[in-house]
Design a protein around this ligand. Structure first.
Ligand SMILES: Cc1cc2nc3c(=O)[nH]c(=O)nc-3n(C[C@H](O)[C@H](O)[C@H](O)COP(=O)(O)OP(=O)(O)OC[C@H]3O[C@@H](n4cnc5c(N)ncnc54)[C@H](O)[C@@H]3O)c2cc1C
Length: 417
């Protein structure tokens, strides 16, 4: 059977792989590259690496090589839930720690970044089901409604006003049992693997050499450039971009930047469901987040049922059965999914967060021509396009606009920013 988006749907036994992997993903080269020379080596074939490589090629860099240790989309970029939700950041905390101007800078950046993503999808005609179906932030009780009102006021003050919906309006959308919600109509959703593969093919068409199953072990400075040692041989590069989700290949003086990065394992289940209205949603307490799309309900979260909250868990080949059961129970209770209906897919993925919660984007100090774009945590789709574009601009020597909090300064975690 085929899904609405034309992918193979396997019925019966739940698949312990992301629902997006119904698409064929393996037609990129993986041959030996020993002795290759390139101007820019981009390490990591997730959204950050692929978009940086694509923008570099668009800006005229003729010799870019993208090295991915697995297949494209085997990292977080092929394991997420597909929300493209600008401004889904702890806004109260950002106002308190960095002030109103920085909160506005961060939100303006993400909104512009989503606009850029939409424009790129259109320009390269990428069939990835991007659509702005909105996002609802759900409140359980009157106290949470009060807090949502406060959040709404902050967002209004920086020019990104969401709508406050009451319990009845939420119920019409299929969210019963909630006191209300904050609705953001401009939030979107996408099939993240279709997006990634479409971007990678566009990059290839512009001359980027994509290599999968090519693990980069380290980056060694040599004769003013670098040698990247990989499982498929050594590559000489003038410039290296680290896009491996966390900065674990940074060496020399920049090793300090690796410290304190936290991995958190997220888990998602997918149920077949007749969807009345497509929409993204999350609960105010952060317990659960989900997406209604095509003929599916995706639910994620419930990390609180795990004693470790899934922090420090790096294995994305297994699922946590306690979380599974909690998500199943939630689907039955809140969305009327019958007990007899099993989920079709279930999977995990790893989110990497920096100690201050902001990504690293920019030139790494003290280690030559090496750049980084990583640490987007559980919220990469809205920010990565703008960050990758700014990074590519900086690499080719153009002016770029990027929130200053993203700069990979070595003192970032030792004094307040
Ligand atoms: C369960 C889950 C749900 C999420 N839901 C959402 C969501 O709905 N919306 C949203 O905006 N964000 C979401 N996120 C976060 C989002 O997926 C990430 O922020 C984003 O994909 C990060 O992209 P990336 O390119 O930095 O990392 P990745 O996609 O992880 O890419 C890094 C790549 O580098 C490769 N790599 C690592 N080491 C090496 C090496 N030594 N050599 C070569 N290659 C290497 C990896 O194999 C990987 O493919 C979610 C994440 C998870 C895990």
């Amino acid at each position: 059977m085929q899904s609405q988006e034309g992918e193979m749907v396997i019925q019966g036994v739940p698949q312990q792989i992301p629902i997006w992997w119904r698409l064929r993903r393996d037609d990129f080269p993986s041959d030996n590259i020993d002795g290759a020379e390139t101007q820019v080596a981009v390490l990591g074939g997730g959204l950050a690496g692929v978009m940086t490589a694509l923008f570099l090629a668009e800006l005229g860099t003729t010799n870019v090589m993208l090295l991915e240790k697995g297949g494209l989309g085997e990292g977080a970029s092929g394991r997420n839930q597909g929300h493209v939700n600008p401004g889904n950041i702890p806004i109260e905390d950002i106002f308190r720690r960095h002030g109103q101007d920085m909160a506005k800078t961060l939100l303006d950046f993400e909104y512009a970044s989503v606009g850029l993503l939409e424009e790129v999808i259109e320009r390269f005609n990428i069939q990835c089901g991007f659509r702005r179906t909105g996002y609802m932030f759900l409140a359980a009780d009157d106290e949470q409604i009060r807090l949502l009102r406060e959040r709404q006021a902050l967002l209004v003050s920086i020019g990104h006003p969401p709508e406050l919906w009451d319990a009845r309006q939420c119920e019409v959308l299929g969210f019963s049992g909630f006191a209300g919600g904050l609705f953001k109509p401009e939030a979107g959703q996408v099939n993240p693997v279709r997006l990634l593969l479409g971007l990678a093919r566009a990059a290839q068409d512009l001359g980027v050499q994509v290599r999968v199953r090519t693990n980069a072990y380290d980056v060694v400075p040599q004769n003013g450039g670098f040698v990247v040692r990989t499982g498929k041989g050594r590559v000489r590069a003038q410039i290296v971009v680290h896009a491996t989700n966390r900065p674990h290949l940074l060496g020399g003086a920049a090793t300090a930047l690796r410290v304190g990065f936290l991995c958190i394992r997220g888990q998602i289940v997918a149920f077949p469901e007749q969807v009345a209205q497509e929409i993204g949603f999350g609960t105010f307490d952060g317990l659960v987040y989900g997406l209604r799309r095509c003929q599916e309900l995706l639910l994620g979260g419930m990390r609180s049922v795990s004693p470790s909250r899934e922090e420090g868990e790096e294995d994305d080949t297994v699922v946590n059965s306690a979380i599974s059961m909690a998500l199943q129970a939630y689907a039955q209770q809140m969305f009327g999914i019958p007990e007899s209906l099993s989920h079709s897919h279930e999977w995990t993925g790893i989110m990497w967060e920096s100690p201050d919660g902001f990504p690293f984007v920019g030139r790494v100090p003290l280690i030559g021509n090496q750049w980084v774009i990583c640490g987007f945590g559980g919220h990469g789709l809205p920010g990565i396009p703008g960050a990758a574009h700014a990074l590519a601009q900086m690499i080719v020597g153009q002016e770029a606009e990027l929130p200053r909090l993203f700069a990979p300064r070595l003192d970032r975690f030792t004094r307040s920013v």
